[in-house]
Design a protein around this ligand. Structure first.
Ligand code: GLY
Ligand code: MN
Ligand code: MN
Length: 542
């Protein structure tokens, strides 16, 4: 059973820890609402429903229009919270049109709460608690925010009209974020399951590309003309087909939602970090079928059919039981399913950035340090390839040293985002806990270490020392974005002739999900990323 009671207890403990002393000994009550089913304009049809993350965390309940009340008192018998879950009663209309909520009997047997009752008892339950816990501090999620389900004033009236009744939305969300940052074994198992399904979906796309290169996917009589293609006849000739195959693979394994819109980007579009909306995932690969011989390098931008893209970047992950996965693989397309020389060099460098960072991850390591290391490996790799000058370049000097290049901030033109982020219910999980507004860790740890340019950290979403139980992504990338490169076109740190050779690679990102353990990391991502395997599968050899 989903360990909701433990999540409630840990949330209360973190919450009490942040309260002013005068408030700590009061009874504490959490009142939260589930999400509601929304309807698309003038269709009478439901939009896909996904439970609000915090509500699920505290209840394990996926039924819309439910409520939860939990009460707790630090240092008393109430220290084991009492948790009441309120779910709607099935109406005849529910049964006729839709899937009804579970019966109370079924819900009581499957939820880790004190009791499950119907929402019609909610007002009475609030009134009873107001009387039995006088002076309690009631905690709700931020009010009037579109991010959280609305809590009707009617439910708050009995609290506010009581003598010394108090409702606050100041403490609960930070406490939830702080608690959700550290995952228990049940949560890791759910994230593992999401990662397993997504890993297979990534491999499926690669295997279909490889089968096409081998000529193993053929169209039967009438396919695509007199009748639609069958799944076995489906080539991947454009980004949309890669997306469709990825999503279909997850769905057939039971995943209802993707954790975010998949990003399927070929050629220079791979340099658009979140290439998915408003025309994203929507280009043909420019030549049609993936043929072994069909590859030609080009440094032009990917605007015309003459361009032969070298890589397809897929950043996609499904959700399982309200837990996300987030995996990126970059694979060769065209060229017989093998990377071009330039593509392999950039791919290998990104993999080196990831491997070197993975090797140092352990509890206590400030995430900033791993992020800085990924930039350092990029600088070394670019100096090796000749894209960046070095002290030994003709006319070079200490101005082109590794530290000088890091301090210049130029690496952000090629690698503008963070090394990774916390992952859990949400793909960029628990932002207020991951990157606290007041952050003593950064000031303390920065003393005396070489930090590189401050802009390196602009989009870093995790700025904490790692702790056992965190789940984070490790996702370095190298991109040749015309927009970002425009700012460094006259940089003396770059050999622009060498850079030109690599620009048509577009972009490479490799992203795995890892669990921080007491001794290091457990990689939850099963799909492989080594060059030999990727090329073996994408060329149809494996
Ligand atoms: N898929 C979004 C990210 O990797 O952060
Ligand atoms: Mn990510
Ligand atoms: Mn991602």
């Amino acid at each position: 059973m989903y360990p909701a009671a433990d999540h409630v207890l840990r949330t209360f403990r973190n919450l009490v820890g942040t309260l002013p002393e005068a408030e700590k000994l009061k009874p504490q009550v959490i009142l939260v609402a589930a999400g509601i089913v929304e309807y698309r304009n003038d269709t009478d049809r439901e939009l896909a429903f996904r439970q609000e993350s915090n509500f699920f965390y505290l209840s394990g309940c996926t039924t819309p229009s439910s409520y939860l009340i939990a009460s707790y008192q630090h240092g008393t018998s109430l220290e084991k919270p009492s948790i009441e879950l309120f779910i709607p009663k099935a109406s005849l209309a529910d049964m006729m049109w839709s899937v009804p909520p579970p019966s109370l009997e079924a819900a009581n047997a499957t939820h880790d709460v004190t009791r499950v009752i119907n929402t019609e008892s909610l007002t009475g339950a609030i009134e009873t608690l107001v009387k039995s816990l006088p002076g309690a501090l009631w905690h709700v999620l931020p009010r009037n925010s579109p991010q959280f389900p609305a809590l009707s004033e009617d439910y708050l009236k009995p609290i506010l009209s009581a003598e010394d009744g108090a409702v606050t939305d100041f403490y609960l969300l930070p406490a939830l974020h702080r608690t959700r940052l550290i995952k228990d074994q049940d949560e890791v198992a759910l994230i593992q399951h999401a990662c397993d399904i997504s890993s297979r979906a990534h491999e499926t796309v690669m295997r279909v590309l490889g089968a096409a290169v081998k000529g193993a996917i053929t169209h039967g009589a009438g396919a695509g003309v007199d009748r639609p293609l069958l799944p076995s006849e489906w080539l991947i000739q454009k980004e949309a087909e890669a997306e469709a195959l990825f999503v279909a693979s997850c769905r057939r394994e039971g995943a209802v939602h993707q954790a975010y819109l998949p990003i399927c980007a070929s050629a220079s579009r791979a340099s658009t970090l979140h290439y998915c909306c408003n025309g994203g995932n929507d280009k043909e690969f420019a030549w049609g079928p993936v043929e072994p011989h069909d590859h030609k390098n080009s440094n032009s931008l990917c605007t015309g059919r003459e361009l032969k893209p070298q890589v397809l970047l897929i950043d996609a992950g499904c959700e399982w039981s309200c837990y996300a996965s987030d995996i990126t693989r970059t694979m060769p397309i065209g060229n017989g399913g093998k990377f071009t020389e330039e593509g392999r060099a950039i791919y290998s460098l990104v993999l080196e950035m990831q491997t070197e960072c993975m090797d140092i991850l352990k509890p206590g390591l400030l995430w900033d340090s791993a992020h800085l290391l990924s930039h350092r490996v990029l600088v070394r790799g670019f100096q090796r390839l000749g894209i960046f000058k070095s002290p030994s370049s003709p006319g070079g000097g200490s101005w082109a040293s590794e530290e000088a290049i890091l301090a210049s901030g130029i690496t952000t033109a090629f690698y503008p985002h963070g090394l990774g982020h916390s992952l859990g219910h949400d793909v960029h999980d628990v932002p207020s806990a991951s990157k606290p507004a007041v952050n003593p860790h950064i000031a303390e740890n920065n003393a005396g270490i070489q930090l590189g340019h401050p802009t390196i950290y602009n989009f870093l979403r995790l700025r904490l020392p790692l702790e056992a139980g965190m789940v984070v992504t490790v996702e370095p990338g190298i991109y040749f974005s015309p927009h970002l490169l425009a700012a460094v076109r006259d940089s003396q740190l770059i050999d622009h002739e060498v850079l030109k050779r690599y620009e048509s690679v577009g972009g490479v990102r490799i992203e795995d999900v890892v669990h921080i353990t007491p001794n290091g990391v457990q990689n939850l991502t099963k799909v492989r990323s080594d060059v030999d395997w990727i090329e073996g599968v994408c060329s149809g050899a494996l």
